[in-house]
Design a protein. Structure first.
Ligand SMILES: C[S@@+](CC[C@H](N)C(=O)[O-])C[C@H]1O[C@@H](n2cnc3c(N)ncnc32)[C@H](O)[C@@H]1O
Length: 242
């Protein structure tokens, strides 16, 4: 039976991400906060997953709130300093505004249809304060093409066997990752992850449509401008003030 994304993949997530340098990623996110001269301390992470990145930023952002759609993913972190909210980033429950919001590692690509991505940016407009910025990275087509084959893999983690099948469809622009996991009791579960690989220009259009604007768009982990040939792009967005 196909399960909700990250119900079971949470069990192998830290293994899948073992080569990710979260310290470097956290430093980059913080450098954007600094570069943008943000002073406020109300900070929110969207789709935080195992929240490793925010744990590394806790000293700098003590009141940080992390959110994710998957309760199982949020449970991966037992840091007492984090405030956690299990919610859909397209339907955020917050009434207050934030000075800095971020999301990392292709999470925005999980908003795989027009309705959810529109709802998402509409929400972002409402929860950013006037001086705030929102920064997020996206995976672009070149990245999907480059990594499609490599992500066909299998392995064994803590007694669980898994097979990952990765397929990028250039027509629908959906990158699908199918995971089959054999659990401790021998049962096999399946999870399907769908990510939409929107065109580079699409982000600029949709952001503008929601009274926001792109202040910077960098090649991820750098301060160089990204373009449609980039593999990953890091957007820095602010609210348009009338
Ligand atoms: C690739 S993981 C990235 C996690 C984390 N940011 C990291 O860097 O390790 C994508 C995350 O997005 C979450 N996610 C997917 N769709 C979501 C949604 N609509 N709302 C909130 N979280 C979502 C998943 O549960 C998962 O934890």
């Amino acid at each position: 039976m196909a399960e909700k994304p990250y119900s079971y993949v949470s069990k192998i997530y830290n293994y899948l991400m073992r080569s990710v340098n979260y310290q470097e990623w956290a430093d980059y996110v913080y450098s954007i906060y600094d570069f943008m001269n943000i002073r406020g301390s109300s900070v929110l992470e969207l789709a935080s997953g195992n929240s490793k990145l925010s744990v590394l930023l806790l000293k700098r952002f003590p009141g940080i709130i992390v959110t994710d759609l998957s309760y199982e993913m949020l449970k991966l972190s037992n840091s007492s300093g984090l405030k956690k909210v299990c919610c859909n980033m397209a339907e955020l429950p917050f009434k207050n505004k934030f000075s800095f919001i971020y999301s990392t590692f292709d999470s925005i690509n999980y908003l795989d249809n027009e309705e959810s991505i529109n709802k998402f940016f509409k929400n972002i407009f409402h929860i950013l304060n006037d001086e705030a910025c929102f920064t997020f990275d996206v995976s672009l087509e070149k990245n999907s093409i480059k990594h499609e084959k490599r992500l066909n893999r299998k392995g064994k983690v803590d007694g669980l066997k898994f097979i990952q099948n990765s397929k990028y469809d250039r027509t629908t622009k959906i990158h699908q990752n199918k995971f089959k996991i054999k659990l401790e009791d021998g049962s096999i579960v399946e999870e399907i992850h769908r990510q939409k690989i929107y065109d580079f220009e699409y982000y600029f259009n949709i952001i503008e449509q929601h009274n926001l604007y792109v202040v910077h768009c960098f090649n991820s982990f750098t301060y160089d401008d990204a373009n449609s040939e980039s593999e990953r792009a890091q957007f820095v967005v602010k609210k348009r003030l009338h």
